[in-house]
Write a protein that binds this ligand. Structure first.
Ligand SMILES: [Cu+2]
Length: 153
Protein backbone atom coordinates (compact mmCIF):
# COMPACT_ATOMS: atom_id res chain seq x y z
CA UNK A 1 0.00 0.00 0.00
CA UNK A 2 1.40 3.36 -0.95
CA UNK A 3 0.58 5.78 1.86
CA UNK A 4 1.82 8.85 0.00
CA UNK A 5 -0.50 8.15 -2.91
CA UNK A 6 -3.48 7.61 -0.60
CA UNK A 7 -2.97 10.89 1.26
CA UNK A 8 -2.89 12.75 -2.04
CA UNK A 9 -6.28 11.30 -2.93
CA UNK A 10 -7.73 12.10 0.48
CA UNK A 11 -6.64 15.73 0.13
CA UNK A 12 -8.33 15.88 -3.25
CA UNK A 13 -11.43 14.29 -1.74
CA UNK A 14 -11.57 16.86 1.09
CA UNK A 15 -11.09 19.68 -1.43
CA UNK A 16 -13.95 18.36 -3.54
CA UNK A 17 -16.22 18.12 -0.48
CA UNK A 18 -15.30 21.66 0.58
CA UNK A 19 -16.07 22.94 -2.90
CA UNK A 20 -19.45 21.19 -2.97
CA UNK A 21 -20.32 22.53 0.47
CA UNK A 22 -19.38 26.14 -0.25
CA UNK A 23 -21.14 26.26 -3.61
CA UNK A 24 -24.37 24.94 -2.12
CA UNK A 25 -24.14 27.25 0.89
CA UNK A 26 -23.78 30.23 -1.42
CA UNK A 27 -26.37 29.11 -3.94
CA UNK A 28 -28.37 32.12 -4.92
CA UNK A 29 -30.25 33.56 -7.80
CA UNK A 30 -31.36 37.00 -8.87
CA UNK A 31 -34.78 37.29 -10.45
CA UNK A 32 -35.42 40.45 -12.43
CA UNK A 33 -39.03 41.09 -13.33
CA UNK A 34 -41.23 43.93 -14.45
CA UNK A 35 -44.65 44.97 -13.25
CA UNK A 36 -46.65 46.25 -16.19
CA UNK A 37 -49.63 48.56 -16.70
CA UNK A 38 -51.51 45.40 -17.72
CA UNK A 39 -51.19 44.36 -14.06
CA UNK A 40 -48.97 41.36 -14.63
CA UNK A 41 -45.55 40.20 -13.49
CA UNK A 42 -43.29 39.41 -16.46
CA UNK A 43 -41.97 36.45 -14.43
CA UNK A 44 -44.75 34.19 -13.18
CA UNK A 45 -42.71 31.13 -12.25
CA UNK A 46 -39.62 30.88 -10.06
CA UNK A 47 -37.93 27.61 -9.17
CA UNK A 48 -35.55 27.34 -6.25
CA UNK A 49 -33.83 24.79 -4.06
CA UNK A 50 -34.85 24.60 -0.39
CA UNK A 51 -33.17 27.43 1.50
CA UNK A 52 -31.67 28.98 -1.63
CA UNK A 53 -31.07 32.72 -1.42
CA UNK A 54 -33.22 34.64 -3.86
CA UNK A 55 -33.13 38.32 -4.73
CA UNK A 56 -36.20 39.63 -6.52
CA UNK A 57 -35.86 42.95 -8.34
CA UNK A 58 -39.17 44.35 -9.49
CA UNK A 59 -39.22 47.24 -11.94
CA UNK A 60 -42.46 49.14 -12.38
CA UNK A 61 -42.80 50.02 -16.04
CA UNK A 62 -45.36 52.82 -15.97
CA UNK A 63 -45.84 56.51 -16.58
CA UNK A 64 -48.99 56.60 -14.45
CA UNK A 65 -49.02 58.44 -11.11
CA UNK A 66 -48.51 56.52 -7.87
CA UNK A 67 -52.21 56.69 -6.96
CA UNK A 68 -53.10 54.88 -10.18
CA UNK A 69 -50.31 52.33 -10.55
CA UNK A 70 -47.83 50.64 -8.26
CA UNK A 71 -46.48 47.13 -7.82
CA UNK A 72 -44.95 45.07 -5.06
CA UNK A 73 -43.83 41.48 -4.68
CA UNK A 74 -45.38 39.68 -1.73
CA UNK A 75 -44.56 36.02 -1.14
CA UNK A 76 -47.25 34.28 0.89
CA UNK A 77 -47.00 31.30 3.18
CA UNK A 78 -48.60 28.09 1.99
CA UNK A 79 -52.33 27.89 2.60
CA UNK A 80 -52.91 31.66 2.63
CA UNK A 81 -55.90 32.76 0.56
CA UNK A 82 -54.50 35.29 -1.93
CA UNK A 83 -57.88 36.93 -2.52
CA UNK A 84 -58.51 37.48 1.19
CA UNK A 85 -54.99 38.76 1.70
CA UNK A 86 -55.21 41.15 -1.27
CA UNK A 87 -58.66 42.44 -0.29
CA UNK A 88 -57.59 43.12 3.29
CA UNK A 89 -54.38 44.79 2.13
CA UNK A 90 -56.21 47.06 -0.33
CA UNK A 91 -57.59 48.97 2.69
CA UNK A 92 -54.11 49.86 3.95
CA UNK A 93 -52.80 52.49 1.56
CA UNK A 94 -50.90 54.12 4.43
CA UNK A 95 -48.95 50.88 4.93
CA UNK A 96 -47.91 50.25 1.30
CA UNK A 97 -51.10 48.23 0.78
CA UNK A 98 -50.14 45.57 3.30
CA UNK A 99 -52.50 44.69 6.14
CA UNK A 100 -50.35 44.99 9.30
CA UNK A 101 -52.46 42.33 11.04
CA UNK A 102 -51.64 39.80 8.31
CA UNK A 103 -47.87 40.07 8.22
CA UNK A 104 -47.52 36.62 9.80
CA UNK A 105 -48.88 35.26 6.49
CA UNK A 106 -45.97 36.79 4.54
CA UNK A 107 -42.62 35.13 3.86
CA UNK A 108 -41.01 38.10 2.09
CA UNK A 109 -42.03 41.33 0.42
CA UNK A 110 -40.74 44.44 -1.27
CA UNK A 111 -42.08 47.91 -0.67
CA UNK A 112 -44.55 49.32 -3.18
CA UNK A 113 -42.79 50.63 -6.28
CA UNK A 114 -44.20 53.33 -8.50
CA UNK A 115 -43.52 54.18 -12.15
CA UNK A 116 -39.83 53.98 -13.04
CA UNK A 117 -38.81 52.54 -9.67
CA UNK A 118 -37.15 49.22 -8.93
CA UNK A 119 -37.82 47.68 -5.54
CA UNK A 120 -36.10 44.56 -4.29
CA UNK A 121 -36.01 41.99 -1.53
CA UNK A 122 -33.58 39.20 -0.66
CA UNK A 123 -34.80 36.13 1.20
CA UNK A 124 -34.22 32.44 1.55
CA UNK A 125 -36.57 30.03 -0.17
CA UNK A 126 -38.56 27.97 2.33
CA UNK A 127 -36.99 24.67 3.39
CA UNK A 128 -40.22 22.82 2.72
CA UNK A 129 -40.68 21.73 -0.89
CA UNK A 130 -43.88 22.79 -2.59
CA UNK A 131 -45.53 25.77 -4.23
CA UNK A 132 -45.74 29.26 -2.80
CA UNK A 133 -47.81 32.03 -4.32
CA UNK A 134 -46.50 35.56 -4.79
CA UNK A 135 -48.80 38.46 -5.47
CA UNK A 136 -49.05 42.22 -5.96
CA UNK A 137 -51.27 43.89 -3.36
CA UNK A 138 -52.00 47.15 -5.20
CA UNK A 139 -55.82 47.30 -5.23
CA UNK A 140 -57.32 45.21 -8.02
CA UNK A 141 -54.05 43.76 -9.28
CA UNK A 142 -54.31 40.29 -7.76
CA UNK A 143 -57.86 39.96 -9.12
CA UNK A 144 -56.46 40.94 -12.54
CA UNK A 145 -53.96 38.10 -12.35
CA UNK A 146 -50.89 39.82 -10.94
CA UNK A 147 -49.42 36.75 -9.30
CA UNK A 148 -46.92 33.96 -9.74
CA UNK A 149 -45.66 30.78 -8.15
CA UNK A 150 -42.37 29.98 -6.44
CA UNK A 151 -41.74 26.25 -6.65
CA UNK A 152 -39.29 24.84 -4.11
CA UNK A 153 -37.88 21.47 -5.14
CU1 LIG B 1 -49.35 45.49 -9.22
Amino acid sequence: MNIKKNSKWSILFVMALTFMFTTSAFAQQVIEMTGTDKMKFTVEEITAKPGEEITVKLYTDSKLPAVAMGHNFVLLKQGVDGTQFANASARHKDNDFLDPSKMDEVLAHTKMGNGGETVEVTFNAPDKVGEYEYICTFPGHYASGMKGVLTVK
